[in-house]
Design a protein around this ligand. Structure first.
Ligand code: LMR
Length: 400
C-alpha cells in the first residue's frame, strides 16, 4: 500500500523548536527561536490598530462570499505605495500587477510556480545562509536551486565579492533571490553602495530578481527598509516581489501576503496576472480574507494607519535597543557581538557549535535555531546580561 511505504518526514527545525519550548516548564526560559516580534515582557500581542480594524470590520462587513483567486485586490493596491512608494507606483503604471497570497511563503511559492510554469526547471540563485524554507519552497515548484555564499562569517557581514562572482556565473534570465531588508538569518544587509553593484550585475546580465521582503519597518523604518527594493525595481525591466504583512502587522497566523510582478509591459503584466490566478486556483483556489481585510482597513484609515506606524516604530526601536545592548557585550567567549549593532531586523547568526546550542537549551533554557540564529526580539533588556553569561559558559563547557 502506497501510504504504508512512507517513512516519517524529518520535522522542520524551527517548528520543532517551538514545541520543545512550549514543553519546557522553566519560568526563566528564553525563546530566541521562531521569528516573531516580542515585547519586553515576551508577548506577541495583537497590534492595537489591528484590534480596532477588526472591530470596524465586524460592524461593517456585510458578506463573506467568495472574492476570487487574486484575493482582495483593494488590499493589493492599498499596499503598493507602502512597498514601492507612490512615485514608483505611478511610474510603473500597468507594468505593476499583484495578487494577495497566503503569507510571504505563499507569495514565494506562487512566484516559483509562475516561473516554473513558463520555464520548467528554471535556475534560481540563492545566497546562503538563507531562510531554511527557501529551498523546499522553490524545489517544490520544480526550480533548480543553485546556492552561493553571501555571508562573510568572519566579518559578520554581507559578502559582496562572493555574491558578484556568483551572479557573473548566472545565465541570462536566471532567477536571483534577494532579501529586501533584515536578512533572515544573518541580519546582514548589503550597504547602499553594495546594492548598487549587485543591481548593476543583475541589469547587465539580464537576471530576474525575486525579492523576498518580510520585515519592512522592523529594520529602521518602512521607507528606509524599502529603499533597496525600490532602487532595484527602478533599474530592471522585470522583477518579482514576495511581500509579507505577517510580521509588520503582527498577523502571523492570518497568513497575509502579496506577490507583485513588475513586467516589461502592461500586456505582459496582465498575462502574468492571469497565470498567477490560475496557479492560485489550482493549489488553494482563493486566499483567506480576514488578514488582508484588516491591513486594507488600517491603510485606508488615517488614524488607524498613524497608530500602526507608531506601534511599528516602537517595535523597531525595541529591537534596535536589544541589538545595541548585545553589541555592547563585545567579545563573549569566541563570539564578537559588536557587529549586531550594524545588522538589522530580528535575526543574528552566531557561530556556535551544535553542542553549545544544545547546552544553551538544556542547561540554561535558551532556545535558538540549530543554525546558530537568534531572534533578538526574544530577549528583554533585563535578559541580555544573563544571555551573555550563558553564551560564555556553554562555550567554555564544550571546549573543556
Ligand atoms: C522564521 O524564519 O522564523 C519565520 O519566518 C517563521 C517561519 O515560518 O519560519
Amino acid at each position: 500500500m502506497l501510504l504504508d511505504a512512507l517513512n516519517p518526514h524529518p520535522a522542520d527545525g524551527l517548528l520543532a523548536l517551538m514545541s520543545l519550548y512550549a514543553a519546557d516548564t522553566r519560568r526563566s526560559k528564553l525563546d530566541l527561536g521562531v521569528g516573531v516580534y516580542r515585547t519586553e515582557a515576551g508577548a506577541t500581542p495583537v497590534m492595537t490598530a489591528v484590534k480596532q480594524a477588526e472591530w470596524k470590520l465586524l460592524q461593517a462587513q456585510g458578506s463573506k462570499s467568495y472574492l476570487g483567486p487574486e484575493g482582495d485586490l483593494e488590499f493589493v493596491r492599498a499596499l503598493q505605495p507602502l512597498v514601492f512608494g507612490a512615485t514608483l507606483v505611478a511610474d510603473l503604471g500597468a507594468r505593476l500587477t499583484g495578487v494577495q497570497t497566503v503569507g510571504g511563503t505563499g507569495a514565494l511559492r506562487l512566484a516559483a510556480d509562475l516561473v516554473a510554469g513558463a520555464s520548467p526547471g528554471h535556475v534560481l540563485w540563492l545566497g546562503t545562509p538563507s531562510w531554511p524554507n527557501h529551498t523546499p519552497v522553490f524545489a517544490a515548484s520544480g526550480l533548480r536551486v543553485r546556492s552561493y555564499r553571501q555571508f562573510d562569517a568572519a566579518a559578520q557581514g554581507f559578502d559582496l565579492a562572493a555574491t558578484l562572482a556568483a551572479l557573473e556565473r548566472a545565465g541570462a534570465g536566471d532567477l536571483v533571490l534577494l532579501h529586501g531588508c533584515c536578512h533572515n538569518p544573518t541580519g546582514a544587509d548589503p550597504s547602499a553602495e553594495e546594492w548598487e553593484q549587485v543591481i548593476e550585475v543583475i541589469v547587465r546580465r539580464g537576471l530576474l530578481p525575486l525579492v523576498d521582503i518580510a520585515y519592512q519597518g522592523l529594520g529602521r523604518d518602512p521607507e528606509s527598509d524599502a529603499w533597496a527594493l525600490r532602487r532595484l525595481v527602478e533599474c530592471v525591466p522585470q522583477a518579482l516581489v514576495a511581500y509579507s504583512c505577517d510580521k509588520n502587522f503582527g498577523l502571523y497566523r492570518e497568513r497575509v501576503g502579496a506577490l507583485y510582478v513588475v513586467a516589461a509591459s502592461g500586456a505582459a503584466a496582465a498575462a502574468a496576472s492571469s497565470h498567477l490566478a490560475a496557479h492560485a486556483r489550482a493549489s488553494y483556489s482563493m486566499p483567506a480574507d480576514h488578514g488582508a481585510a484588516v491591513v486594507r482597513t488600517i491603510l485606508g484609515d488615517a488614524s488607524l494607519r498613524a497608530a500602526w506606524s507608531e506601534e511599528l516604530r516602537g517595535m523597531a526601536a525595541r529591537v534596535n535597543g536589544i541589538r545595541g545592548a548585545l553589541a555592547a557585550l563585545g567579545q563573549v567567549g569566541a563570539i564578537e557581538l559588536s557587529p549586531l549593532a550594524r545588522q538589522r531586523g530580528l535575526f543574528a547568526l552566531l557561530p556556535l557549535p551544535a553542542a553549545a546550542i544544545e547546552r544553551l537549551r538544556i542547561d540554561h533554557g535558551v532556545y535558538m535555531a540549530g543554525s546558530g540564529r537568534i531572534n533578538v526580539a526574544g530577549l528583554s533588556m533585563g535578559a541580555v546580561a544573563r544571555f551573555g553569561d550563558a553564551l560564555r559558559t556553554v562555550q567554555t563547557a564544550v571546549a573543556a
